[in-house]
Ligand binder design. Sequence first.
Ligand code: 6PG
Length: 252
Amino acid sequence: MPHAGICAHTLHVYPDLERLSEAAAERWIALSQEAFARHGAFHVALAGGSTPKRLYQLLAHAEYRKRIDWTRVQFYFGDERAVPPTHADSNFRMAQEALLAHLDIPVDNIHRMAATPEHIEQDAADYAALLRAHLPCDTAGTPVFDLMLLGMGADGHTCSLFPGSPILHERVRSVGTVYVERLQSWRLSLTYPVLDAARHVLFLVAGPDKAAMLRQICHPDTSAPVVPVQGLRPRGQLEWYLDAPAAAELNP
Ligand code: 6PG
């Protein structure tokens, strides 16, 4: 019986994506202050997709922007599609347009996950080396993020840890390659060891199309397949930020 462990963590439910994003922005600010006090920096892995875009836009807005010492924030990516950084599918482009371009920070604070189909394996190795060079590591040598932002697909994937993909079995490398058949595209993704090692994981999940999967993972039955999100074993704090439509099928 798959356990509902991943849902045993804190669930915050908000009326809509706007309020979810406002609450997540406040959490970002609080976590950044904790990280600054702890080691003088805030190492954040940004999520891709569409859900986090509003959070990024809010953080770029003056009333939030002025509350964070951005020069001490180091930006990384949880996953990236093997497309140019100007491509419409690029997670970097989404974050750049919503947040990064609006911050007065050194370009060296932004660590793009460069991914090209021609040398995707080398790209994975290069980004893993970058993480080891910039982030504190645990005793196993796994980079430890202060904050890991994650989304969840309707199929239960997170980052580019898609159901059935070999990267789900990667327990050594910090960054792996994924070929997504249905999307006919290559991706890079952080692996479970890095997700598990993060001090804080915030899942941002919104929209009615996520309700069935949230019910499946929070109220699992024996017929339900285990999905990638359920493979997380966070050693830090994990919180779910949900909007009401996504949480609609959860037991109160
Ligand atoms: C990506 C993300 C992916 C995303 C989910 C949810 O590169 O697409 O890493 O894991 O978080 O697919 O996407 P939405 O927020 O668009 O629903």
